[in-house]
Design a protein around this ligand. Structure first.
Ligand SMILES: N[C@@H](CCC(=O)N[C@@H](CS)C(=O)NCC(=O)O)C(=O)O
Length: 216
């Protein structure tokens, strides 16, 4: 019998959604363990799985892995199905670059500042800060401009051949676009907008929509 796959994640987490997209693209069946890493009472068992107390964590049999970029590379290599890593060395490098850009420079302004403060916190009845939104929008411009350059080049983010780069980026852009300021910020980038129009129709993105909480 094949080793069981279990994803420990949080339903509203963009990183968890990136892994779920990859699992869907590769048609891998898996169990989910729901874990809110922002809660005060994160279990001792999760702390053992992830010493930095984040999500996601993937378990495949007794092999346990955290860090989303490592997880998605592993799933792509370990399971059959359409490859999500290009063959061309330059395209592989661009894919890795996009993943690193969104992790290091994109997540905080797009998700934790603009989306969280304009959309998520108000839904949860939490206080939101216009200063955080403004700072996030400002920082997001460099990220979006860098991604536009890469999308124009066409090695990855072409909207047609799905790679791991699409799976890492799409959940963050989806959240960012839910803020009117985010939608306006992306609209000025034609290649990124074209990419999103195509990628937003992917079944793996649609079926992993987190379903945001109802207004508090
Ligand atoms: N570098 C980590 C980042 C994961 C991450 O930040 N996940 C968020 C949820 S989207 C989290 O667990 N945050 C908890 C916290 O910041 O305390 C990865 O690639 O997996």
């Amino acid at each position: 019998m094949a080793d069981k796959v279990t994803l420990h994640g949080y339903r509203y987490s963009v990183y968890t959604r990136a892994v779920r997209m990859v699992l869907a693209e590769k048609r891998v069946a898996y169990d989910r363990v729901e874990l809110d890493p922002f809660a005060d009472n994160v279990s001792a068992s999760h702390r053992l799985l992830h010493p930095f107390v984040r999500v996601p964590v993937l378990a495949h049999g007794d092999f346990v892995l955290y860090e989303t970029a490592a997880i998605t590379r592993y799933i792509d290599a370990a399971f059959n199905g359409s490859p999500l890593t290009p063959a061309d060395p330059k395209a592989i490098a661009r894919m890795a670059q996009v993943i690193a850009i969104v992790d290091a420079y994109g997540y905080w302004p797009l998700v934790r500042q603009v989306f969280a403060h304009r959309i998520f916190r108000p839904l949860e009845g939490e206080t939101a800060s216009e200063e955080e939104i403004a700072a996030g929008l400002e920082a997001s411009r460099t990220v979006l401009a860098a991604l536009e350059t890469i999308a124009c080049e066409g090695l990855v983010l072409d909207g047609e051949t799905v790679t791991l780069a699409d799976c890492h980026l799409a959940p963050m852009i989806d959240y960012f676009l839910r803020a009117p300021e985010g939608a306006a910020a992306i609209a000025v980038y034609p290649a990124l907008s074209r990419w999103w129009r195509r990628i937003s129709t992917l079944a793996s993105l649609i079926e992993t929509d987190p379903g945001l909480p109802a207004a508090a």
